[in-house]
Design a protein. Sequence first.
Length: 176
Amino acid sequence: MTMTVSQIRDEMADREAIRDCLMRYSRGIDRMDPEVLASAYWPGAMDYHTGFTGTVEQFIEWALPRLAAMEQAMHMIGNVLIRIDGDTAKVESYLWSVSVLPGDDARQVMVVGRYLDKFEKRNDEWRIAERLVVHDWFQEGPADNDWSAGPFGMTGLLRGTTVPKDASVDWLELRV
């Protein structure tokens, strides 16, 4: 299961393209950007994801309204293990997600798990062809973040939001 330096050197561009795809997924889901989110998957890709089973197109229709109902959402990707075999790759990526469900009884939900992805390379581009989400741990409790007080007592901070209003849209020149 270990890889040689030569194997990794020969795969560097492919590995970086796979990582870029993983980052696009996180950005697309957190900024609720259906175009960026779809760009992480091949059309018709299958997703088995936290109570959902279907194609990526169905997943986007299912996920975005649920995310829109949340006050905040953030997905982080940690350890990434990539095994490339020709034009396919098996990838395990650790995930950490935190969300706030608003309301009178606002709840904060943290989920830790892994994305088990089958990637395919087509026309010199890597995307997800199949995704299975494995849940390893979660924590749920009252949301105790008070933006009127701010972190460390600092108010008026620039807050993340969704496209097209998020500051990163202009910063990264994503909508030219």
